[in-house]
Design a protein around this ligand. Structure first.
Ligand code: KIV
Length: 265
């Protein structure tokens, strides 16, 4: 199977072929996703909340993100691996942004990076990264690194001014050279309008069915994370895992594990 690439995702939009993206932070999950036909694996800064037990994404560091990206990149042979640039890794200066994006590619094996926010703030950072040959995915709407500015995890673009702002931000990211843009938590009709306006693919999360692709946080869709209105739960892994742990504890305490089948004679 040929590797999914940033340019090939743009071609998908032209033929109406939807893009399936999920987050992963570990080897077995990334390997299963790759084998299951997931097109894009995002090593999201959501790992702070999904696997590190932190209250938000703001504290995750470059070193932590590099560690998880290296693991995921080793597992994915077909899917495009996108590394999420953590808080303060691209906001301070375009030079910093380029150096950190370059580390994801050179040291960890990512094929693209994602950063949150509009081009009027981060256009210089995006262009610096692109000049080095690294594809950039944009991300607008509810951008979790700005949670304190939003005053919580709230649906964006509900009033006319914010609706117009998000349309301009999406256009700005396309003009800056992003190969795709994540639209997070916005009304479905607004995401549909942005999708129709852009030539690059939109990847929705809580943005309705008309985006060119969808992304979910793996732990949430497997029932191991946060319940939200937009995240369909495809499995109850928490129930499966709890059942296995309880059965193990019971059998160890009862002396029925290990039995003859699981012991060397
Ligand atoms: O970090 C993340 O998982 C993300 C997705 C929600 C798009 O940015």
């Amino acid at each position: 199977m040929p590797r999914v690439t940033a340019p090939s995702l743009c071609q998908r939009k032209q033929v109406g072929d939807k893009i399936a993206m999920l987050t992963a932070y570990d080897f077995p999950s990334a390997k299963l996703m790759d084998e299951s036909g997931v097109d894009v694996i995002l090593v999201g800064d959501s790992c702070a909340m999904a696997v590190m037990g932190r209250p938000d994404t703001l504290s995750v560091t470059m070193e932590e993100m590099l560690h998880h990206t290296r693991i995921v990149a080793a597992a994915a042979h077909r899917a495009l691996v996108v590394a999420d640039m953590p808080f303060l890794s691209y906001q301070v200066s375009p030079e910093d942004a380029l150096r950190n994006a370059g580390r994801f590619v050179a040291e960890a094996g990512a094929q693209a990076v994602k950063l949150e926010g509009p081009a009027d703030k981060f256009g210089d950072a995006i262009r610096a990264i692109l000049r080095a040959g690294i594809p950039v995915m944009g991300h607008i709407g509810l951008t979790p690194q700005s949670v304190h500015q939003f005053g919580g995890y709230k649906v964006q673009g509900r009033d006319e001014a914010n609706r117009q702002r998000l349309i301009e931000e999406a256009r700005g990211l396309e003009a800056a050279g992003c190969f795709a843009v994540v639209l997070e938590c916005m009304p479905a009709p607004l995401a549909a309008e942005i999708t129709a306006l852009l030539t690059i693919p939109t990847i929705g999360i809580g943005a309705g069915p008309d985006c060119d692709g969808q992304v979910l946080v793996m732990h949430d869709m497997l029932g191991l994370g946060i319940h939200t209105k937009f995240c369909k739960q495809y499995a109850d892994l928490a129930g499966v895992m709890r059942g296995a742990f309880e059965a193990y504890v019971h059998e160890v305490k009862a002396g029925s594990f290990p039995d003859a089948e699981h012991a060397y004679q």
